[in-house]
Design a protein around this ligand. Sequence first.
Ligand code: AAO
Length: 488
Amino acid sequence: YHNPHTKHGRQAIVHLFEWKWADIASECERFLAPKGFAGVQISPPQESIVLTTPWRPWWERYQPISYNLCSRSGSEMELKDMITRCNNVGVNIYVDAVINHMCGASGGEGTHSNCGTYFNANKKEFPSVPFGASDFNDGKCKTASGNIESYDDRNQVRDCRLVSLLDLALEKDYVRGKVADYMNKLIDMGVAGFRVDACKHMWPGDMEAVFGRLHNLNTKWFNAGSRPFIVQEVIDLGHEAIKASEYFHLGRVTEFRYSSKLGVIMRKWDGEKLCYTKNWGEGWAFMPTGNSLVFVDNHDNQRGHGPGGSSIVTFKDSRLYKMATAYMLAHPYGMTRVMSSFAWDHSDQGPPSHADGSTKNVKINPDDTCGDGWVCEHRWRQITNMAGFRNVVNGQPHSNWWDNGSNQVAFGRGDRGFIVFNNDDWPLNLTLNTGMPGGVYCDVISGRKEGGRCTGKTINVGGDGRAHFNISNTDEDPMVAIHADSKL
Ligand code: AAO
Protein backbone atom coordinates (compact mmCIF):
# COMPACT_ATOMS: atom_id res chain seq x y z
CA TYR A 1 0.00 0.00 0.00
CA HIS A 2 3.06 2.28 0.13
CA ASN A 3 3.81 2.42 -3.59
CA PRO A 4 2.07 5.32 -5.35
CA HIS A 5 2.55 3.68 -8.79
CA THR A 6 3.54 7.00 -10.34
CA LYS A 7 4.47 7.05 -14.03
CA HIS A 8 7.52 8.34 -15.94
CA GLY A 9 9.49 9.05 -12.75
CA ARG A 10 7.05 11.75 -11.67
CA GLN A 11 7.26 12.56 -7.97
CA ALA A 12 4.79 15.21 -6.71
CA ILE A 13 1.04 14.93 -6.42
CA VAL A 14 -1.34 17.89 -6.27
CA HIS A 15 -4.56 18.27 -4.29
CA LEU A 16 -7.04 19.95 -6.64
CA PHE A 17 -9.32 20.88 -3.76
CA GLU A 18 -13.00 21.10 -4.80
CA TRP A 19 -12.26 21.06 -8.53
CA LYS A 20 -14.92 19.61 -10.82
CA TRP A 21 -14.11 16.36 -12.60
CA ALA A 22 -14.31 17.95 -16.05
CA ASP A 23 -11.76 20.59 -15.08
CA ILE A 24 -9.42 17.97 -13.61
CA ALA A 25 -9.58 15.96 -16.85
CA SER A 26 -8.55 19.02 -18.86
CA GLU A 27 -5.88 19.95 -16.32
CA CYS A 28 -4.27 16.49 -16.59
CA GLU A 29 -4.02 16.84 -20.36
CA ARG A 30 -3.10 20.51 -20.75
CA PHE A 31 -0.88 21.07 -17.69
CA LEU A 32 -0.18 18.27 -15.19
CA ALA A 33 1.20 15.70 -17.63
CA PRO A 34 3.37 18.14 -19.63
CA LYS A 35 4.73 19.71 -16.43
CA GLY A 36 5.45 16.34 -14.81
CA PHE A 37 2.96 16.10 -11.93
CA ALA A 38 2.50 12.50 -10.80
CA GLY A 39 -1.10 12.54 -9.67
CA VAL A 40 -4.10 14.33 -8.27
CA GLN A 41 -5.81 13.99 -4.90
CA ILE A 42 -9.48 14.65 -5.62
CA SER A 43 -12.22 15.80 -3.23
CA PRO A 44 -14.59 13.13 -1.87
CA PRO A 45 -16.60 11.78 -4.84
CA GLN A 46 -19.44 10.15 -2.85
CA GLU A 47 -22.85 11.75 -2.37
CA SER A 48 -22.90 14.03 0.66
CA ILE A 49 -25.28 16.19 2.61
CA VAL A 50 -26.21 19.63 1.24
CA LEU A 51 -26.02 22.34 3.91
CA THR A 52 -27.37 25.86 3.75
CA THR A 53 -26.35 27.26 7.18
CA PRO A 54 -23.58 28.13 6.69
CA TRP A 55 -24.18 28.30 2.94
CA ARG A 56 -22.68 25.30 1.12
CA PRO A 57 -19.49 24.97 3.24
CA TRP A 58 -16.58 23.04 1.71
CA TRP A 59 -16.85 20.56 4.60
CA GLU A 60 -20.29 19.26 3.60
CA ARG A 61 -18.38 16.82 1.39
CA TYR A 62 -17.01 15.17 4.55
CA GLN A 63 -20.56 14.10 5.51
CA PRO A 64 -21.54 11.13 3.31
CA ILE A 65 -25.19 10.27 2.68
CA SER A 66 -24.56 7.37 0.30
CA TYR A 67 -21.79 5.86 -1.81
CA ASN A 68 -23.40 7.02 -5.04
CA LEU A 69 -20.71 8.72 -7.11
CA CYS A 70 -22.56 11.95 -7.38
CA SER A 71 -21.06 15.08 -5.86
CA ARG A 72 -20.49 18.77 -6.19
CA SER A 73 -17.62 17.92 -8.55
CA GLY A 74 -19.85 16.08 -11.01
CA SER A 75 -21.58 12.86 -11.98
CA GLU A 76 -20.32 9.29 -12.10
CA MET A 77 -19.95 9.59 -15.91
CA GLU A 78 -17.82 12.71 -15.54
CA LEU A 79 -15.74 11.05 -12.81
CA LYS A 80 -15.14 8.02 -15.01
CA ASP A 81 -14.20 10.16 -18.00
CA MET A 82 -11.76 12.14 -15.86
CA ILE A 83 -10.07 9.04 -14.43
CA THR A 84 -9.68 7.61 -17.93
CA ARG A 85 -8.29 10.78 -19.46
CA CYS A 86 -5.84 11.42 -16.60
CA ASN A 87 -4.64 7.80 -16.67
CA ASN A 88 -4.17 8.03 -20.43
CA VAL A 89 -1.62 10.83 -19.94
CA GLY A 90 0.07 9.10 -16.99
CA VAL A 91 -1.44 11.21 -14.19
CA ASN A 92 -2.77 9.07 -11.33
CA ILE A 93 -5.96 9.76 -9.40
CA TYR A 94 -6.10 9.35 -5.61
CA VAL A 95 -9.54 9.51 -4.00
CA ASP A 96 -10.29 11.17 -0.67
CA ALA A 97 -12.22 8.31 0.99
CA VAL A 98 -14.51 9.25 3.90
CA ILE A 99 -15.22 5.87 5.50
CA ASN A 100 -15.14 6.59 9.24
CA HIS A 101 -18.58 8.12 9.40
CA MET A 102 -21.69 9.35 7.63
CA CYS A 103 -23.24 12.82 8.19
CA GLY A 104 -23.51 14.74 11.44
CA ALA A 105 -26.07 13.64 14.05
CA SER A 106 -27.99 16.86 13.50
CA GLY A 107 -28.14 16.35 9.74
CA GLY A 108 -31.93 15.95 9.84
CA GLU A 109 -34.21 13.92 7.61
CA GLY A 110 -34.97 14.38 3.94
CA THR A 111 -33.42 14.59 0.51
CA HIS A 112 -30.99 17.47 1.07
CA SER A 113 -28.15 15.52 -0.57
CA ASN A 114 -26.26 15.91 -3.84
CA CYS A 115 -28.56 13.67 -5.87
CA GLY A 116 -31.64 13.86 -3.74
CA THR A 117 -31.12 10.53 -1.97
CA TYR A 118 -33.31 10.19 1.14
CA PHE A 119 -31.70 9.74 4.59
CA ASN A 120 -32.65 10.15 8.22
CA ALA A 121 -29.80 11.18 10.53
CA ASN A 122 -32.01 11.04 13.65
CA LYS A 123 -32.75 7.35 13.04
CA LYS A 124 -29.28 6.72 11.54
CA GLU A 125 -30.85 5.43 8.34
CA PHE A 126 -29.10 5.67 4.99
CA PRO A 127 -31.31 3.42 2.85
CA SER A 128 -29.36 3.82 -0.34
CA VAL A 129 -26.29 1.98 1.06
CA PRO A 130 -28.18 0.64 3.09
CA PHE A 131 -26.94 1.44 6.62
CA GLY A 132 -29.24 1.37 9.66
CA ALA A 133 -28.94 2.15 13.36
CA SER A 134 -27.12 -1.10 14.16
CA ASP A 135 -24.30 -0.21 11.74
CA PHE A 136 -23.05 2.58 14.00
CA ASN A 137 -20.82 2.57 17.07
CA ASP A 138 -23.10 4.24 19.59
CA GLY A 139 -23.34 1.13 21.76
CA LYS A 140 -19.58 0.99 22.01
CA CYS A 141 -18.92 4.64 22.85
CA LYS A 142 -18.59 5.36 26.57
CA THR A 143 -18.74 9.16 26.71
CA ALA A 144 -21.79 10.98 28.04
CA SER A 145 -22.19 13.10 24.93
CA GLY A 146 -21.52 10.29 22.46
CA ASN A 147 -18.78 12.50 21.01
CA ILE A 148 -15.00 12.33 21.41
CA GLU A 149 -14.31 14.33 24.57
CA SER A 150 -10.63 13.56 25.14
CA TYR A 151 -7.85 12.73 22.72
CA ASP A 152 -5.97 11.08 25.61
CA ASP A 153 -8.36 8.12 25.53
CA ARG A 154 -7.80 5.91 22.48
CA ASN A 155 -11.09 4.07 22.92
CA GLN A 156 -13.24 7.14 22.69
CA VAL A 157 -11.22 8.57 19.80
CA ARG A 158 -12.10 5.43 17.83
CA ASP A 159 -15.51 4.46 19.16
CA CYS A 160 -17.18 7.84 19.64
CA ARG A 161 -18.29 10.50 17.22
CA LEU A 162 -15.76 12.95 15.75
CA VAL A 163 -17.49 16.35 16.00
CA SER A 164 -20.88 14.55 16.13
CA LEU A 165 -20.39 12.66 12.84
CA LEU A 166 -22.29 9.34 12.94
CA ASP A 167 -19.53 6.80 13.55
CA LEU A 168 -19.64 3.64 11.44
CA ALA A 169 -19.12 0.26 13.16
CA LEU A 170 -16.20 -0.92 11.05
CA GLU A 171 -15.87 -3.99 13.27
CA LYS A 172 -18.96 -5.35 11.50
CA ASP A 173 -18.36 -7.54 8.50
CA TYR A 174 -21.37 -5.97 6.78
CA VAL A 175 -20.04 -2.42 7.17
CA ARG A 176 -16.56 -3.46 6.04
CA GLY A 177 -18.14 -5.03 2.96
CA LYS A 178 -20.06 -1.88 2.01
CA VAL A 179 -16.99 0.31 2.45
CA ALA A 180 -14.83 -2.09 0.44
CA ASP A 181 -17.46 -2.20 -2.34
CA TYR A 182 -17.32 1.59 -2.58
CA MET A 183 -13.53 1.64 -2.79
CA ASN A 184 -13.46 -1.28 -5.22
CA LYS A 185 -15.82 0.46 -7.59
CA LEU A 186 -13.33 3.33 -7.77
CA ILE A 187 -10.37 0.97 -8.16
CA ASP A 188 -12.10 -0.78 -11.05
CA MET A 189 -12.71 2.62 -12.67
CA GLY A 190 -8.93 3.14 -12.61
CA VAL A 191 -7.94 5.13 -9.53
CA ALA A 192 -4.43 4.47 -8.19
CA GLY A 193 -5.27 4.77 -4.50
CA PHE A 194 -6.77 6.72 -1.65
CA ARG A 195 -6.24 9.45 0.91
CA VAL A 196 -8.23 7.91 3.76
CA ASP A 197 -9.93 10.48 5.97
CA ALA A 198 -9.88 10.47 9.79
CA CYS A 199 -7.82 7.29 10.26
CA LYS A 200 -7.04 8.20 13.87
CA HIS A 201 -10.72 7.53 14.48
CA MET A 202 -10.65 3.98 13.11
CA TRP A 203 -8.99 0.90 14.63
CA PRO A 204 -6.01 -0.22 12.52
CA GLY A 205 -7.32 -3.79 12.65
CA ASP A 206 -10.64 -2.75 11.13
CA MET A 207 -8.89 -0.82 8.39
CA GLU A 208 -6.64 -3.78 7.67
CA ALA A 209 -9.73 -5.94 7.18
CA VAL A 210 -11.21 -3.41 4.73
CA PHE A 211 -7.96 -2.94 2.79
CA GLY A 212 -7.52 -6.71 2.60
CA ARG A 213 -10.70 -6.84 0.53
CA LEU A 214 -9.57 -4.26 -2.01
CA HIS A 215 -9.02 -5.29 -5.61
CA ASN A 216 -5.70 -4.90 -7.39
CA LEU A 217 -5.44 -1.84 -9.62
CA ASN A 218 -6.98 -1.88 -13.08
CA THR A 219 -4.52 -3.59 -15.46
CA LYS A 220 -5.52 -1.28 -18.30
CA TRP A 221 -3.12 1.25 -16.71
CA PHE A 222 -1.22 -0.56 -13.92
CA ASN A 223 0.93 -3.67 -13.66
CA ALA A 224 -0.86 -6.87 -12.71
CA GLY A 225 -0.86 -7.39 -8.96
CA SER A 226 -0.52 -3.68 -8.06
CA ARG A 227 -2.08 -2.86 -4.69
CA PRO A 228 -3.87 0.48 -4.22
CA PHE A 229 -1.73 3.26 -2.74
CA ILE A 230 -2.96 4.37 0.68
CA VAL A 231 -2.29 7.67 2.52
CA GLN A 232 -3.82 7.72 5.97
CA GLU A 233 -4.80 11.02 7.53
CA VAL A 234 -3.54 10.76 11.12
CA ILE A 235 -2.68 13.97 12.98
CA ASP A 236 0.13 13.11 15.40
CA LEU A 237 2.11 16.03 16.80
CA GLY A 238 3.53 13.78 19.49
CA HIS A 239 1.40 14.34 22.58
CA GLU A 240 -1.69 12.14 22.27
CA ALA A 241 -2.59 8.51 22.98
CA ILE A 242 -2.69 7.50 19.33
CA LYS A 243 0.57 7.41 17.36
CA ALA A 244 1.04 7.61 13.61
CA SER A 245 3.29 4.54 13.83
CA GLU A 246 0.26 2.34 14.60
CA TYR A 247 -0.68 2.82 10.94
CA PHE A 248 2.69 2.38 9.18
CA HIS A 249 1.99 -1.18 8.02
CA LEU A 250 -1.23 -0.07 6.29
CA GLY A 251 0.22 2.60 4.03
CA ARG A 252 1.75 6.04 4.19
CA VAL A 253 0.71 8.54 6.86
CA THR A 254 0.33 12.31 6.74
CA GLU A 255 3.28 13.97 8.57
CA PHE A 256 1.67 17.05 10.13
CA ARG A 257 4.82 17.88 12.10
CA TYR A 258 6.53 18.65 8.78
CA SER A 259 3.87 21.21 7.87
CA SER A 260 3.81 22.95 11.23
CA LYS A 261 7.62 22.98 11.68
CA LEU A 262 8.29 24.27 8.17
CA GLY A 263 5.87 27.13 8.82
CA VAL A 264 7.58 28.07 12.09
CA ILE A 265 11.00 27.96 10.40
CA MET A 266 9.99 30.10 7.42
CA ARG A 267 8.35 32.63 9.74
CA LYS A 268 11.46 32.57 12.01
CA TRP A 269 9.29 32.05 15.08
CA ASP A 270 10.39 30.36 18.32
CA GLY A 271 14.05 31.11 17.51
CA GLU A 272 13.99 28.74 14.54
CA LYS A 273 16.42 29.27 11.66
CA LEU A 274 16.66 27.73 8.23
CA CYS A 275 20.23 26.60 9.03
CA TYR A 276 18.80 24.17 11.61
CA THR A 277 17.27 22.17 8.74
CA LYS A 278 20.66 20.66 7.87
CA ASN A 279 19.27 17.36 9.22
CA TRP A 280 15.68 17.94 8.01
CA GLY A 281 13.63 14.75 7.92
CA GLU A 282 14.08 11.91 10.40
CA GLY A 283 16.65 14.15 12.15
CA TRP A 284 13.70 16.31 13.18
CA ALA A 285 11.89 13.29 14.65
CA PHE A 286 9.62 12.98 11.64
CA MET A 287 8.44 9.47 10.73
CA PRO A 288 10.66 7.34 8.42
CA THR A 289 10.74 8.87 4.94
CA GLY A 290 9.18 5.81 3.31
CA ASN A 291 6.12 6.13 5.54
CA SER A 292 5.41 9.80 5.14
CA LEU A 293 3.30 12.06 2.99
CA VAL A 294 4.42 15.68 3.40
CA PHE A 295 2.91 19.05 2.53
CA VAL A 296 3.36 22.73 3.36
CA ASP A 297 -0.35 23.14 4.12
CA ASN A 298 -3.50 21.07 3.62
CA HIS A 299 -7.15 21.94 3.14
CA ASP A 300 -7.72 21.90 6.92
CA ASN A 301 -4.71 23.64 8.42
CA GLN A 302 -4.62 26.37 5.76
CA ARG A 303 -7.90 27.64 7.29
CA GLY A 304 -7.47 26.86 10.99
CA HIS A 305 -9.10 23.39 10.99
CA GLY A 306 -6.86 20.55 12.19
CA PRO A 307 -3.47 21.34 13.75
CA GLY A 308 -0.75 23.89 13.27
CA GLY A 309 -2.59 27.13 13.92
CA SER A 310 -1.22 30.39 12.62
CA SER A 311 2.25 28.98 11.94
CA ILE A 312 1.02 27.29 8.75
CA VAL A 313 2.24 29.05 5.61
CA THR A 314 -0.38 29.33 2.85
CA PHE A 315 -0.96 31.09 -0.48
CA LYS A 316 -1.90 34.12 1.58
CA ASP A 317 1.81 34.53 2.47
CA SER A 318 2.84 33.95 -1.11
CA ARG A 319 6.54 34.81 -0.84
CA LEU A 320 7.14 32.49 2.14
CA TYR A 321 4.85 29.90 0.59
CA LYS A 322 6.91 29.67 -2.58
CA MET A 323 10.08 29.28 -0.49
CA ALA A 324 8.55 26.61 1.75
CA THR A 325 7.19 24.67 -1.22
CA ALA A 326 10.50 24.92 -3.07
CA TYR A 327 12.30 23.64 0.03
CA MET A 328 9.92 20.68 0.30
CA LEU A 329 10.19 19.79 -3.39
CA ALA A 330 13.99 20.10 -3.43
CA HIS A 331 14.49 17.98 -0.30
CA PRO A 332 14.60 14.17 -0.57
CA TYR A 333 12.44 13.51 2.52
CA GLY A 334 8.95 12.07 2.07
CA MET A 335 6.38 11.81 -0.67
CA THR A 336 5.26 15.34 -1.53
CA ARG A 337 1.80 16.80 -2.04
CA VAL A 338 1.28 20.30 -3.40
CA MET A 339 -1.87 22.17 -2.30
CA SER A 340 -4.07 23.91 -4.88
CA SER A 341 -6.65 26.11 -3.19
CA PHE A 342 -9.58 28.39 -3.84
CA ALA A 343 -9.57 31.89 -2.36
CA TRP A 344 -11.67 32.47 0.75
CA ASP A 345 -12.49 35.12 3.32
CA HIS A 346 -14.01 32.95 6.04
CA SER A 347 -13.04 29.40 6.89
CA ASP A 348 -16.39 27.71 6.12
CA GLN A 349 -16.67 29.19 2.64
CA GLY A 350 -17.07 26.67 -0.17
CA PRO A 351 -15.46 26.79 -3.61
CA PRO A 352 -16.17 29.59 -6.10
CA SER A 353 -19.79 29.00 -7.05
CA HIS A 354 -22.83 30.33 -8.85
CA ALA A 355 -25.91 31.60 -7.01
CA ASP A 356 -27.50 28.12 -7.14
CA GLY A 357 -24.50 26.65 -5.29
CA SER A 358 -22.98 24.88 -8.28
CA THR A 359 -19.21 25.08 -8.48
CA LYS A 360 -17.65 27.41 -11.04
CA ASN A 361 -15.34 26.21 -13.77
CA VAL A 362 -11.65 26.86 -13.22
CA LYS A 363 -10.70 29.83 -15.37
CA ILE A 364 -7.24 29.72 -16.96
CA ASN A 365 -5.57 33.06 -17.72
CA PRO A 366 -3.23 33.58 -20.71
CA ASP A 367 -0.21 33.71 -18.35
CA ASP A 368 -1.03 30.17 -17.05
CA THR A 369 -2.42 31.42 -13.71
CA CYS A 370 -6.06 30.91 -12.72
CA GLY A 371 -8.98 33.27 -12.21
CA ASP A 372 -12.52 33.36 -10.84
CA GLY A 373 -11.38 32.64 -7.29
CA TRP A 374 -9.17 29.63 -8.07
CA VAL A 375 -5.66 30.13 -6.65
CA CYS A 376 -3.88 27.27 -8.47
CA GLU A 377 -0.64 27.36 -6.48
CA HIS A 378 0.52 24.42 -8.61
CA ARG A 379 0.52 26.77 -11.62
CA TRP A 380 2.75 29.37 -9.98
CA ARG A 381 5.94 29.20 -12.06
CA GLN A 382 8.22 28.71 -9.05
CA ILE A 383 6.14 25.80 -7.75
CA THR A 384 5.53 24.14 -11.13
CA ASN A 385 9.22 24.30 -11.95
CA MET A 386 10.22 22.85 -8.57
CA ALA A 387 7.92 19.87 -9.18
CA GLY A 388 10.03 19.43 -12.33
CA PHE A 389 13.24 19.80 -10.27
CA ARG A 390 12.07 16.98 -7.97
CA ASN A 391 11.63 14.64 -10.95
CA VAL A 392 15.08 15.48 -12.34
CA VAL A 393 16.92 14.89 -9.01
CA ASN A 394 14.94 11.81 -7.95
CA GLY A 395 17.15 9.19 -6.31
CA GLN A 396 20.08 11.59 -5.77
CA PRO A 397 21.45 12.19 -2.27
CA HIS A 398 21.22 15.40 -0.24
CA SER A 399 24.67 16.93 -0.79
CA ASN A 400 26.93 20.00 -0.71
CA TRP A 401 25.11 21.60 2.22
CA TRP A 402 26.09 25.18 3.07
CA ASP A 403 24.65 27.61 5.60
CA ASN A 404 25.60 30.96 7.13
CA GLY A 405 24.52 30.00 10.66
CA SER A 406 21.29 31.87 10.08
CA ASN A 407 18.62 31.76 7.35
CA GLN A 408 20.78 31.44 4.25
CA VAL A 409 21.21 27.83 3.15
CA ALA A 410 22.04 25.84 0.04
CA PHE A 411 22.04 22.18 -0.83
CA GLY A 412 22.34 19.96 -3.84
CA ARG A 413 21.00 16.64 -5.00
CA GLY A 414 24.09 14.79 -6.17
CA ASP A 415 25.20 16.21 -9.52
CA ARG A 416 21.62 16.75 -10.77
CA GLY A 417 20.41 19.87 -8.97
CA PHE A 418 21.28 22.69 -6.57
CA ILE A 419 19.20 25.27 -4.69
CA VAL A 420 20.06 28.38 -2.62
CA PHE A 421 17.74 30.21 -0.19
CA ASN A 422 18.09 33.63 1.40
CA ASN A 423 15.52 34.09 4.17
CA ASP A 424 17.68 36.60 6.07
CA ASP A 425 17.27 40.39 6.09
CA TRP A 426 20.56 40.97 4.27
CA PRO A 427 21.96 40.01 0.85
CA LEU A 428 23.62 36.74 -0.04
CA ASN A 429 26.63 37.15 -2.30
CA LEU A 430 29.15 34.32 -2.53
CA THR A 431 30.61 31.37 -4.39
CA LEU A 432 29.41 27.86 -3.53
CA ASN A 433 30.29 24.34 -4.55
CA THR A 434 27.24 23.05 -6.43
CA GLY A 435 28.47 19.56 -7.28
CA MET A 436 27.09 20.11 -10.80
CA PRO A 437 28.97 19.65 -14.09
CA GLY A 438 30.32 22.90 -15.56
CA GLY A 439 28.10 24.95 -17.85
CA VAL A 440 25.49 27.68 -18.01
CA TYR A 441 22.22 26.89 -16.24
CA CYS A 442 18.84 28.58 -16.20
CA ASP A 443 17.42 29.45 -12.76
CA VAL A 444 13.98 27.81 -12.71
CA ILE A 445 12.70 30.15 -9.98
CA SER A 446 13.05 33.43 -11.89
CA GLY A 447 12.33 31.87 -15.28
CA ARG A 448 12.47 28.74 -17.35
CA LYS A 449 14.43 27.28 -20.24
CA GLU A 450 12.53 27.96 -23.43
CA GLY A 451 13.87 26.89 -26.82
CA GLY A 452 17.45 26.77 -25.56
CA ARG A 453 17.22 30.23 -23.95
CA CYS A 454 16.58 31.26 -20.36
CA THR A 455 13.74 33.65 -19.48
CA GLY A 456 15.22 34.34 -16.02
CA LYS A 457 18.64 34.55 -14.35
CA THR A 458 21.50 32.39 -15.60
CA ILE A 459 24.09 30.72 -13.35
CA ASN A 460 27.61 29.88 -14.55
CA VAL A 461 28.99 26.70 -13.02
CA GLY A 462 32.76 26.36 -13.49
CA GLY A 463 34.62 23.18 -14.37
CA ASP A 464 35.27 22.76 -10.63
CA GLY A 465 31.52 22.80 -9.85
CA ARG A 466 31.68 26.23 -8.20
CA ALA A 467 29.24 29.02 -9.02
CA HIS A 468 28.57 32.55 -7.84
CA PHE A 469 25.18 33.39 -6.32
CA ASN A 470 23.83 36.85 -5.63
CA ILE A 471 20.40 36.88 -3.97
CA SER A 472 19.06 40.09 -2.52
CA ASN A 473 16.83 39.82 0.52
CA THR A 474 14.40 42.08 -1.35
CA ASP A 475 14.14 39.87 -4.44
CA GLU A 476 10.61 38.86 -5.36
CA ASP A 477 11.71 35.26 -4.71
CA PRO A 478 14.91 35.13 -2.64
CA MET A 479 16.11 31.78 -3.98
CA VAL A 480 17.80 30.24 -7.03
CA ALA A 481 17.45 26.67 -8.33
CA ILE A 482 19.24 24.91 -11.18
CA HIS A 483 19.07 21.32 -12.39
CA ALA A 484 20.41 19.02 -15.09
CA ASP A 485 17.53 19.74 -17.47
CA SER A 486 17.83 23.51 -17.05
CA LYS A 487 21.36 23.49 -18.55
CA LEU A 488 21.50 25.71 -21.61
C1 AAO B 1 -18.65 20.17 10.73
C2 AAO B 1 -18.76 21.27 11.78
C3 AAO B 1 -18.88 20.66 13.16
C4 AAO B 1 -20.08 19.73 13.20
C5 AAO B 1 -19.92 18.67 12.13
C6 AAO B 1 -21.09 17.71 12.04
O1 AAO B 1 -17.61 22.11 11.71
O2 AAO B 1 -19.06 21.70 14.11
O3 AAO B 1 -20.18 19.11 14.47
O4 AAO B 1 -19.76 19.30 10.85
O5 AAO B 1 -22.26 18.39 11.81
C7 AAO B 1 -14.35 18.66 8.06
C8 AAO B 1 -14.32 19.96 8.85
C9 AAO B 1 -15.20 19.89 10.08
C10 AAO B 1 -16.60 19.47 9.70
C11 AAO B 1 -16.47 18.10 9.06
C12 AAO B 1 -17.82 17.52 8.64
O6 AAO B 1 -12.99 20.23 9.22
O7 AAO B 1 -15.24 21.19 10.66
O8 AAO B 1 -17.43 19.42 10.86
O9 AAO B 1 -15.68 18.21 7.87
O10 AAO B 1 -18.45 18.34 7.74
C13 AAO B 1 -9.59 16.01 13.82
C14 AAO B 1 -9.49 14.66 13.12
C15 AAO B 1 -9.10 14.79 11.68
C16 AAO B 1 -9.94 15.83 10.96
C17 AAO B 1 -9.78 17.15 11.70
C18 AAO B 1 -10.55 18.29 11.05
O11 AAO B 1 -8.58 13.83 13.80
O12 AAO B 1 -9.29 13.52 11.06
O13 AAO B 1 -10.28 16.96 13.04
N1 AAO B 1 -9.61 15.93 9.53
C19 AAO B 1 -10.42 15.23 8.52
C20 AAO B 1 -10.63 16.08 7.28
C21 AAO B 1 -11.55 17.24 7.60
C22 AAO B 1 -12.93 16.70 7.96
C23 AAO B 1 -12.90 15.43 8.70
C24 AAO B 1 -11.74 14.76 8.98
C25 AAO B 1 -14.20 14.79 8.98
O14 AAO B 1 -9.41 16.46 6.76
O15 AAO B 1 -11.63 18.16 6.55
O16 AAO B 1 -13.61 17.68 8.78
O17 AAO B 1 -14.53 14.04 7.82
C26 AAO B 1 -6.36 17.81 17.56
C27 AAO B 1 -6.28 16.35 17.19
C28 AAO B 1 -6.71 16.08 15.78
C29 AAO B 1 -8.02 16.76 15.47
C30 AAO B 1 -7.84 18.25 15.75
C31 AAO B 1 -9.06 19.07 15.37
O18 AAO B 1 -5.28 18.54 16.98
O19 AAO B 1 -4.96 15.90 17.31
O20 AAO B 1 -6.86 14.68 15.60
O21 AAO B 1 -8.31 16.54 14.08
O22 AAO B 1 -7.55 18.41 17.12
O23 AAO B 1 -10.10 18.77 16.21
C32 AAO B 1 -2.85 21.60 18.51
C33 AAO B 1 -2.60 20.15 18.92
C34 AAO B 1 -3.23 19.23 17.89
C35 AAO B 1 -4.67 19.49 17.85
C36 AAO B 1 -4.77 20.92 17.37
C37 AAO B 1 -6.16 21.35 17.04
O24 AAO B 1 -2.11 21.95 17.34
O25 AAO B 1 -1.23 19.92 19.00
O26 AAO B 1 -2.98 17.87 18.20
O27 AAO B 1 -4.20 21.80 18.30
O28 AAO B 1 -6.80 22.03 18.02
